[in-house]
Design a protein around this ligand. Structure first.
Ligand code: NAI
Length: 363
């Protein structure tokens, strides 16, 4: 399976394959860009059908992280990692610590965090091997699970989209269908119910959706039908690929605003959404709350939850800026967001030719 060619096509800097025979660890770390700073992005643990599927996923996710950090105004590049295997069985202490040691070998070029299939407890174990594992428990100097910050960012983006399409940031009475009520989706549902929104949820883990329904009184639908629910906002909060040539014609919403990474399954999906008059808030703009929270952990003085939450509000501002820019230039919202990111990477990245030299640094 060729690795360099997809890297060339995607503009990736580095891909590291990790194998530890003693624990059975098989992982891939992809660094897309370090132009703005260390590549930051979570480690996903999934039972990929084969190595190629894992590589495709990690390359796409790493690239999206570059754009996410750039649009959010952070001094980080983009990276991502995947551990291949079922999280319920492969994630032993030894395997996670072996993986942490691989992250450490990259010398700070890649900073990891939690993602689908990994948790704060996993970061705690990695942290015992490397300081480059973020989102560990507070007592270890980490900022903890970023999901609440991500959900807060999605909510801020929904308000901005509301102002754009309906002239109001109020969420009372707004109908939202959430696909995937894991760490982010469930937190989002709770916040929306608090705001008086009318929420429908779906999850492939039916028990999870039912438990949330019992807690919040929200309606549950089948995960294969949730995108067809008539609503104001469809919110993909599961895995990627929710918006495809097959699902977009079936959407019955005015806007799509969700946390899931890589929501667009097909290259022309953003255009198809625009043609249907559906406002799409790009995933990498909307779901930046988690990475903003992590950036606060690495700020001088350490993590302050109040400051982090205040900073997450920027997601609402960037969403508004992207929606305005798309209208003004006749671009899709994805094109407008990528343009914003590329301009910042280009402008700030260009200053990096101004270098400082340590006396022993002869690179
Ligand atoms: P999670 O693993 O806690 O939750 C995902 C949920 O989606 C699970 O309950 C799972 O059963 C469900 N699910 C899987 N496939 C589904 C399908 N086809 N239909 C309906 N439900 C399905 O993950 P988490 O942390 O909530 O993340 C959700 C998404 O948001 C992921 O795409 C993740 O990459 C993205 N994200 C998460 C961040 C965070 O802070 N946790 C930050 C930025 C992005």
């Amino acid at each position: 399976m060729p690795v360099l060619q997809p890297m060339v096509e995607g503009g990736h800097e580095q891909v590291v394959h990790c194998h530890d025979p003693s624990t059975g660890l098989r992982a891939i770390i992809a660094i897309h860009s370090t132009r703005l700073g260390p590549a930051l992005g979570g480690t996903r643990c999934l039972p990929y059908p084969d190595e190629e599927a894992a590589l495709v996923d990690v390359l796409r996710l790493a690239r999206a992280m570059t754009y996410k950090a750039a649009v959010a105004g952070l001094d980080f590049g983009g990276g991502k990692a995947v551990i291949i295997g079922d999280p319920a069985t492969v994630k032993t202490e030894a395997l996670l610590r072996a993986y942490g040691r691989f992250v450490d070998t990259l010398g700070g070029r890649y900073l990891t965090a939690e993602d689908v299939g990994t948790s704060q407890a996993d970061m705690d174990l990695m942290r015992r091997e490397t300081t480059r594992a973020t989102g560990a428990s507070r007592w270890l100097g980490g900022s903890g699970d970023p999901s609440a910050a991500t959900a807060a960012g999605v909510l801020a983006a929904m308000r901005s989209v509301g102002r754009h399409v309906a002239g109001t940031t109020a969420l009372a009475g707004v109908r939202v269908a959430i696909a995937g009520v894991g760490k982010v989706g469930a937190g989002l549902a709770r916040r929306l119910v608090d705001e008086g929104a009318s929420v429908t949820v779906a999850d492939t883990d039916g028990a999870r959706a039912e438990a949330l329904s019992a807690e919040l009184g929200v309606q549950v639908v089948d995960p294969t039908a949730v995108h067809r629910v008539p609503c104001d906002v469809f919110s993909p909060c599961a895995l990627g690929g929710a918006l495809s040539r097959a699902t977009i014609p079936e959407l019955a919403c005015r806007a799509v605003v969700g946390a899931a990474n890589n929501q667009l399954a097909d290259p022309d999906a953003a255009r198809l959404l625009a043609e249907r008059g559906i406002t799409y808030a790009p995933d990498f703009v909307v779901n930046a709350g988690g990475i903003i929270n992590i950036a606060e952990e690495l700020a001088p003085g350490g993590y302050d939850p109040d400051r982090a939450l205040a900073r997450v509000a920027v997601v609402g501002d960037t969403t508004s800026a992207v929606l305005r820019s798309a209208v003004a230039q006749g671009l899709t919202t994805v094109e407008a967001a990528e343009q914003l990111a590329e301009r910042r990477i280009g402008a700030v990245g260009a200053t990096r030719h101004l270098r400082t030299f340590d006396p022993i640094d002869r690179r």
